[in-house]
Design a protein around this ligand. Structure first.
Ligand code: NAD
Length: 492
C-alpha cells in the first residue's frame, strides 16, 4: 500500500514541496516508517516567508482587534481538545514518549492557546507623568514576521508555545518543526485552518534545518526568530540572524543540577531525582541530569535510587504499563550510548544501566536503560556536556558552598532544584543558582503562566507567561502634545 504524502501549509494552501521530494518519519519504538512528509526546500521557505510578510503588511491581521484574534485562538484550543486522544497517540507514535506524557502535553498545548487568547485582550502598556504638557504612553505592537524553529522532544507543545503567543500578539508566522517529529504540527495546522485563521498568517514548512531553518534565520523579510533546540544550532542561528538584526528568542540546552541535602525528605528526594532525569526518557532540556548529593546520605540514597531506576518499565509508549519509552532515533541513541562509553573511559563509575535494550519486543526500537554514573571530578565531559537521554551523573558534596559551586559549574543555566527541609537554606541556595527555572523540594512542574528560559548558554529571552507574550511585541512610546502651539525654540 502506498503511503499518502503529508503536505505543508503555505499561504492558506496545503502544498507539496517544489522539489516533490519526501522524507520518512519513523516510530522510534519499532523503527517503522509511519508517514512520508513533503520535504521543503529553500524556495518553499522563501514562499512561506513572503506569504507571511504579505499577510502582516497587507491583510489587516496585525490591526485586527484582540477580541478577533482571541476568538480564533479559543477555537483552535477547542479543536485540539476535541482531537486530544488522536494528538496524544500521534505524539507517542512519533516521539516514543509514554501515552500518559503525551496526554499531558496535549492538555498543555490547549491551555497555551487559551492562556494567550485570554491574555491579548487584557490591559497592556503604560502611561506616565512627564513634564512639558505631554501625555506619555507606551503601547505594544506585533513585531512582524516570526520565524519559528523547534525541536522534537515535545512535538506539539513546542510549536503551540510559539504559535499561540505570536498569533495572539498579531504577528504572522512561518514555523519549521523538527524533521523527526512534524506530524502533530501538521494536525495543529489543520486546526488553525478550521478555526478560520486567514491565509498567510501561519505557515508550515516541513524539511531540514540546514535548508529551511537556515533560510528562516537569514531571510531579511523575517523580523524575529524564535528557536528551541541545541546550543550549537542556537549559536549558528544567532550569527545568521545578526546580519539583519532580527529579534531573537533562544531556548537552548541544559545540564541542570539537582542538589539533595541530607536533611531533605528522603523518599521525596529519591522520587524526584528519578523523575528529574528519567521523565520523557531524559530528553528534556531542563532534566535534572546532575545529582549533587550530600556526603552523609550519599551511599544510602544511591542504593535506593539505583533500586528504583532498575524497576522503571521500559517499552512502547502505547502500552499502558510503559513508564519510559525509546529515544527519538537510532542516531540519537548511538550518541547517548557513546556518551556512556565516554564516561566509563573518563573514569566514571557505572551504578546501573548503560546498555541498549533489545529484549521483550524491543529489538527494533531505540531503547536505552536508565543509567546512573558517579563522577569524582567536574572536569569530566559527562558532567559538563548535555547528553539528552536517560543518563544521570552523580557528584558528592560536603558543604553548602561546595554544592552551589558544583551546581553552577557548567556553561549552562536552564534549571535546577534544591531538596531540604530547612526552609531558609532552600531559598538561600536556590537564589544562588544561575538558572531561569528552579524548584525547592520538587522537580519539573512548570506552568504556562510562568516564564521559561535560561541563564548563560541556555538561551536568551523567555517564553510563556506574560514574558512570553511580550517577547512577540515591539514597545513603542507615544508622546502627545496637550498644548498644540509652536515650541518657540528657534527665535526666527
Ligand atoms: P537541534 O538544534 O539539532 O535542532 C532544533 C531545530 O533546529 C530542528 O528543527 C532542526 O531542524 C533545526 N536546525 C538544525 N540546524 C539548523 C540550522 N543550521 N539553521 C536553522 N535551523 C536548524 O536540536 P534537537 O536535537 O532537535 O533538540 C535537542 C536540543 O534542544 C537539546 O539541546 C535540548 O536541550 C534543546 N531544547 C531546549 C529547550 C528549552 O526550552 N530550552 C526545550 C527543548 C529542547
Amino acid at each position: 500500500m502506498t503511503m499518502q504524502i503529508k503536505k505543508m501549509y503555505v499561504d492558506g494552501q496545503w502544498v507539496y514541496s517544489q522539489s516533490q521530494e519526501t522524507f520518512p518519519v519513523l516510530n522510534p519504538a519499532t523503527g517503522e516508517t509511519i508517514a512520508l512528509v513533503t520535504k521543503g526546500t529553500r524556495e518553499d521557505a522563501k514562499l512561506a516567508i513572503e506569504a507571511a510578510r504579505r499577510a502582516f503588511d497587507h491583510s489587516g491581521w496585525a490591526e485586527t482587534h484582540a477580541r478577533v484574534r482571541a476568538d480564533i485562538l479559543f477555537r483552535v484550543a477547542d479543536l485540539i481538545e476535541k482531537r486530544a486522544a488522536e494528538f496524544a497517540e500521534m505524539d507517542t507514535r512519533n516521539n516514543g514518549k509514554p501515552l500518559r506524557e503525551s496526554t499531558y502535553d496535549v492538555a498543555d498545548a490547549v491551555n497555551q492557546f487559551r492562556y494567550y487568547a485570554g491574555l491579548c485582550t487584557k490591559p497592556q502598556g503604560q502611561t506616565y507623568d512627564v513634564p512639558d504638557d505631554i501625555q506619555a504612553l507606551v503601547v505594544r505592537e506585533p513585531i512582524g514576521v516570526v520565524g519559528a524553529i523547534t525541536c522534537w522532544n515535545y512535538p506539539l507543545v513546542m510549536n503551540a508555545q510559539k504559535l499561540a503567543p505570536a498569533l495572539a500578539a498579531g504577528n504572522t508566522v512561518v514555523i519549521k518543526p523538527a524533521d523527526l517529529t512534524p506530524l502533530t504540527t501538521i494536525m495543529l495546522f489543520e486546526c488553525l485552518e478550521q478555526a478560520g485563521l486567514p491565509a498567510g498568517v501561519a505557515n508550515l514548512v516541513t524539511g531540514p534545518g540546514s535548508v529551511v531553518g537556515d533560510e528562516i534565520s537569514k531571510n531579511e523579510l523575517v523580523d524575529k526568530v524564535a528557536f528551541t533546540g541545541g546550543t550549537e544550532t542556537g549559536i549558528t542561528i544567532m550569527k545568521n540572524a545578526a546580519d539583519t538584526v532580527k529579534k531573537l528568542s533562544l531556548e537552548l540546552g541544559g545540564k541542570s543540577p539537582n542538589i539533595v541535602f541530607a536533611d531533605s525528605d528522603f523518599e521525596t528526594a529519591v522520587d524526584y531525582a528519578l523523575f528529574a532525569i528519567f521523565a520523557n526518557q531524559g530528553e528534556v532540556c531542563s532534566a535534572g541530569s546532575r545529582l549533587i548529593l550530600e556526603e552523609s546520605i550519599y551511599d544510602r540514597f544511591l542504593d535506593r535510587l539505583v533500586d528504583r531506576a532498575q524497576k522503571i518499565v521500559i517499552g512502547n509508549g502505547m502500552e499502558e504499563e510503559t513508564e519510559m519509552g525509546p529515544l527519538i532515533s537510532e542516531a540519537h541513541m548511538n550518541r547517548v550510548l557513546s556518551y556512556i562509553q565516554l564516561g566509563l573511559d573518563e573514569g566514571a563509575n557505572l551504578l546501573c544501566g548503560g546498555k541498549r535494550l533489545t529484549t521483550n519486543g524491543r529489538d527494533k526500537g531505540y531503547f536505552v536503560e536508565p543509567t546512573i554514573l558517579e563522577a569524582a571530578d567536574s572536569s569530566l565531559r559527562i558532567v559538563q556536556e548535555e547528553i539528552f537521554g536517560p543518563v544521570l551523573v552523580v557528584q558528592k558534596f560536603r558543604t553548602e558552598e561546595e554544592a552551589i559551586q558544583l551546581a553552577n559549574g557548567t556553561k549552562y543555566g536552564l534549571a535546577g532544584a534544591v531538596f531540604t527541609n530547612d526552609g531558609a537554606k532552600g531559598q538561600r541556595v536556590v537564589r544562588k543558582l544561575k538558572a531561569g527555572i528552579t524548584w525547592i523540594n520538587t522537580y519539573h512542574p512548570t506552568f504556562n503562566e510562568a516564564p521559561w528560559g535560561g541563564y548563560k548558554q541556555s538561551g536568551i529571552g523567555r517564553e510563556l507567561g506574560t514574558y512570553g507574550y511580550e517577547a512577540y511585541t515591539e514597545v513603542k512610546q507615544i508622546n502627545v502634545n496637550l498644548q498644540v502651539k509652536p515650541s518657540g525654540w528657534f527665535r526666527n
